[in-house]
Design a protein around this ligand. Structure first.
Ligand code: B12
Length: 216
């Protein structure tokens, strides 16, 4: 995996978008990497490697945006592969809504988890970033999911997630399980239980484990 990561980073560090995209498609096409291996072993660490802008160089924000866009494009061009993997897997008959609270713009982690749930047989409704509380409630009412997955990166937005969870727990007639994820929960693990979340998940293996628990 290190060899693959190094190959990718050689291109990614120079913002060679087209070559990053072609390289990723090649690995999946040839079968040298699976989707979870590419996402978890290469794309996620590549994103974490993006450094903070130093205070004396605020101009580096554009670079963060370019790099984010490279990863985003790779994930979207591989979506047809995700569809075909999902078609071949046994369905769980479980529906999950994936969303971020209002003002949370970090959504790539959630987007990656969306593909992981999909290739594991879940019926996924991916909403994504910056979703007003009222809209989260609307989707729950109309789609009646078994799970709601909430992603928070910015810890200032944890209180918003808490309000969302409280409303779901109080108002839903169905026993909806709340799955929490993202850096804010990872760094403040007590909040998962304090807010009434049912579980914290962060990887493809966790999704497989969740499915196995369900089968029992
Ligand atoms: C990309 C990025 C952005 C992009 C986001 C683009 C997008 N569409 O997602 C943009 C440019 C918009 C952005 C903006 C900002 N960002 Co920013 N950003 C990042 C960066 C570089 C990478 C984040 C990322 O995608 N990580 C990779 C993903 C895959 O990891 P992940 O989210 O942890 O997800 C994994 C798991 O946690 C899990 N998971 C995540 N969510 C969920 C949900 C569920 C349900 C489940 C089951 C699992 C799960 O699955 C994933 C796979 O394992 C980090 C830097 C860093 N070193 O982390 C900063 C970082 C997160 N940003 C930061 C900040 C401060 C900001 C800004 C406020 C200002 C700024 N520096 O630009 C704004 C405002 C954003 C806002 N209000 O939401 C800080 C956060 C600090 C904090 N408060 O905690 C960081 C850490 C940078 C830093 N060192 O200061 N950012």
């Amino acid at each position: 995996m290190n060899k693959h990561y190094d190959e990718f980073m050689e291109l990614f560090s120079k913002n060679l978008k087209d070559r990053c995209v072609v390289w990723s498609m090649d690995q999946i096409g040839k079968g040298t990497l699976t989707i979870p291996e590419l996402y978890s072993g290469i794309l996620v660490p590549a994103l974490y490697s993006i450094d903070d802008c130093p205070e004396d160089n605020p101009g580096c924000i554009w670079d963060e945006h370019v790099k984010t866009s490279i990863i985003r494009t790779i994930i979207e061009v591989l979506y047809p592969t995700v569809i075909s993997l999902a078609e071949r897997v046994e369905k769980y008959n479980r529906k999950i809504v994936l969303t971020c609270p209002e003002r949370e713009y970090h959504e790539i982690g959630l987007r990656i988890m969306s593909d992981f749930f999909q290739i594991s047989g879940y019926d996924v409704i991916y909403i994504g970033s910056n979703t007003p509380r009222t809209q989260i409630w609307e989707v729950i009412r109309s789609e009646k999911p078994d799970y709601v997955g909430i992603s928070v990166t910015d810890y200032y937005l944890l209180s918003e997630a808490k309000k969302i969870i409280e409303k779901i727990k109080i108002e839903s007639s169905k026993d909806i399980k709340i799955i929490l994820g993202g850096q804010a929960f990872k760094k403040n693990p007590h909040t998962v239980e304090d807010f009434g979340g049912d579980m914290y998940i962060e990887s493809y293996e966790d999704v497989l484990f969740l499915g196995k628990g369900e089968e029992k």
